[in-house]
Design a binder for this molecule. Structure first.
Ligand code: GLN
Length: 498
């Protein structure tokens, strides 16, 4: 590892280098801001960059270090947030016109934890409106580009955060994952993404989409950094009633952390595998063979209700969204549009004028599945199917320790390819949605690059484990990481990091 420049180092390595005096926090911050300045206009990862306050914060941290203070686990590490996370005094617009100019009155508890750990916030990244989407195209503002091929989507909805980490604008970014919004963009951009067990990280200060599904989820370019962020952010928070009453995540002890022998990995078998692109299957298969060579045992596993996951998710998530988004009507929340001057006219004009098409579609769907006379047939049934899926997982985890599948059925698709076809877009979440419905931890790790006439594109392998098994998922991810013969590939346009 070269210490000539701080760009491209992991959060752990950066912190160590700062504490060892190799770089000041200011140098680290400036280098990452320069990387953003170099690529952001083309890639549109960041919605807003707050260079001035980042530099001021960096100087403060350098001064603290000189006084012998400040040695947090993320000391001096540049980070980025998704635009649905509250930071007091900053705009939190969720990629939506309706919240344009909305200034958060408080700081999310997980953001506060990042800051308390010594992180330097560089800015806010672009996202699909209210986290609804799989391509970044539903933002009311910019649409991020995939750094491996700028004609392609970076995935979604945490699109900008994934691009920011993939291009080393920051070593760590936070996204939110409701049905795959961190895992799928991680796969499309060639980095790591972890959706923790539901309730692991407090949602206090994360703008709600589907409250029984939403989880704050980190991106990183090493498995070790995911572990570090989970350690910092997890733990009970009284301000979120769904936060698990548990202490913070503790990484596995080294002796345990190296053990792969005898670990049973279930390879997800399903007729829908037929829809998976062959080049994706080839890359995932290669990773599974690596695990096998390191002593893991592979066996095929079926989740009998898997094919119901997408329809179930689009009932549950839209129902919750229609209820959560009810507050944006121009009275207390949401940019008011007066309309015909009556109160209902104002509600109508505000919601009609300021929500994008996909959000409106979801509100309509969600209102329908909850409406009198239909709620039992739709919402009630979806909840029961959700239980069946949970039971499928419980049965699978009697036989295996983790389940492996591709993160997404294809590599990144072309921008525009699915924009007009909602169903095709929804189906790209085939493998990520089930673990969300069951509340289970799931990790997407880089599984190499395809090489064909369409170029070199990243593939993601997803690992899902029982509740609270993040340590095990990270153990497998680390084992695969250290067994690779070369370092994690970096998008070709990042010529400065090689
Ligand atoms: N793509 C899925 C959706 O549109 C998942 C979104 C997410 O995880 N926030 O709902």
């Amino acid at each position: 590892m070269s210490l000539a420049a701080p760009l491209g180092l992991s959060a752990r390595a950066l912190r160590e280098a700062i504490l060892a005096g190799s770089f000041s926090v200011l140098e680290v911050t400036e280098a990452h801001l320069a990387q953003i300045a170099k690529h952001n206009s083309e890639l549109q990862a960041f919605q807003r960059v707050d260079a001035e306050s980042a530099l001021a914060r960096a100087r403060e941290l350098d001064a603290a270090l000189a006084r012998g203070e400040g040695n947090g686990p993320l000391f001096g590490v540049p980070v980025a947030l998704k635009a649905n996370m509250c930071v007091q005094g900053m705009e939190t617009n969720c990629g939506s016109r309706i919240l344009e100019g909305y200034i958060a009155p408080y700081t999310a508890s997980f953001v506060q934890k990042l800051l308390d750990a010594g992180a330097v916030l560089l800015g806010v990244t672009e996202m699909d409106e209210f986290a609804m989407g799989s391509s970044g195209e539903n933002s009311a503002f910019g649409c991020p580009r995939n750094p491996w091929d700028t004609q392609l989507t970076a995935g979604g909805s945490s699109s900008g955060a994934a691009v920011a980490v993939a291009t080393r604008m920051v070593p760590i970014a936070l996204g939110s994952d409701t049905g795959g919004s961190v895992r799928q963009p991680a796969a499309f951009c060639g980095i790591y993404g972890l959706k923790p067990t539901y309730g692991r990280i407090s949602r206090y200060g994360l703008v709600a989409f589907g409250s029984s599904l939403d989880q704050v989820s980190p991106f990183a370019h090493t498995a070790g950094d995911l572990e570090l962020v989970l350690e910092v952010l997890s733990g009970l928070d009284e301000r979120d009633s769904t936060s698990l009453p548990l202490p913070a995540f503790e990484p596995e002890r080294p002796a345990e952390a190296q053990r792969l022998v005898g670990l049973k990995v279930g390879v997800l078998k399903h007729e829908l595998n037929a829809d998976v692109a062959p080049e994706v299957l080839v890359q995932c298969q290669a990773q599974l063979e690596r695990l096998e060579a390191m002593g893991a045992e592979l066996m095929e596993i079926e989740l009998p209700h898997l094919s119901y996951a997408i329809p179930t998710y689009y009932v549950v998530a839209t129902a919750e969204a229609s209820s959560n988004l009810g507050r944006y009507d121009g009275s207390l929340f949401g940019k008011r549009i007066e309309g015909d001057g009556s109160l209902t006219g104002m509600f109508e004009a505000t919601r009609n004028g300021a929500f994008g098409d996909e959000v409106k579609r979801r509100i309509l769907l969600g209102t329908y599945v909850l409406s009198a006379g239909y709620a039992e047939a739709w919402y009630g049934k979806a909840q029961r199917v959700r239980t069946l899926l949970r039971r499928d997982y419980a049965a699978a985890f009697e036989a295996v320790d983790v389940l492996a599948s591709p993160t997404a059925p294809t590599t990144a698709f072309r921008l525009g390819a699915k924009k007009e076809d909602a169903l095709a877009m929804y189906l790209s979440d085939l493998f990520t949605v089930p673990a969300s419905l069951a509340g289970l931890p799931a990790l997407s790790l880089p599984a190499g690059l395809t090489s064909n006439d369409t170029g070199c594109l990243p593939v993601g392998l997803q690992l899902v484990g029982p509740a609270l098994s993040e340590g095990r998922l990270l153990r497998l991810a680390r084992a695969l990481e250290s067994s690779q013969t070369s370092a994690l590939p970096i998008p070709p346009l990042c010529t400065e990091i090689r």
